[in-house]
Write a protein that binds this ligand. Sequence first.
Ligand code: TYC
Length: 110
Amino acid sequence: MSSPRKRDGGDTSVITRPAVKSKPMLEKPKLYKVLLHNDNYTPMEFVVLILQQVFHKTEAEAVAIMLHAHTHDYAVAGIYSFEIAETKVAETMALADKAQFPLLCTMDPE
Ligand code: TYC
């Protein structure tokens, strides 16, 4: 008489995954600094206005950022996603062009 077979087949082997952490499929959002560059012709008041209207700074913040650019050659006006940074650069350059000031605004990956 044959012995009764175990119902589960008795196989206790376990398939293990390699000890490698799976990488979450999330991209770190890339951020961009928007820079205002100093020049000798754009009036300080105009730069302060740009910082208030385009970058939503308070008057005190705007004056501090403008003075930083004035004394250190450039200042960070804000840090944004690519699309927002691109829009702020375009808005700033359009306002400077319209007022015929040579103010330069660029963006740089953080
Ligand atoms: N240097 C300019 C002046 O003396 C003022 C200025 C400040 C211009 C900051 C640009 O990003 C700038 N009139």
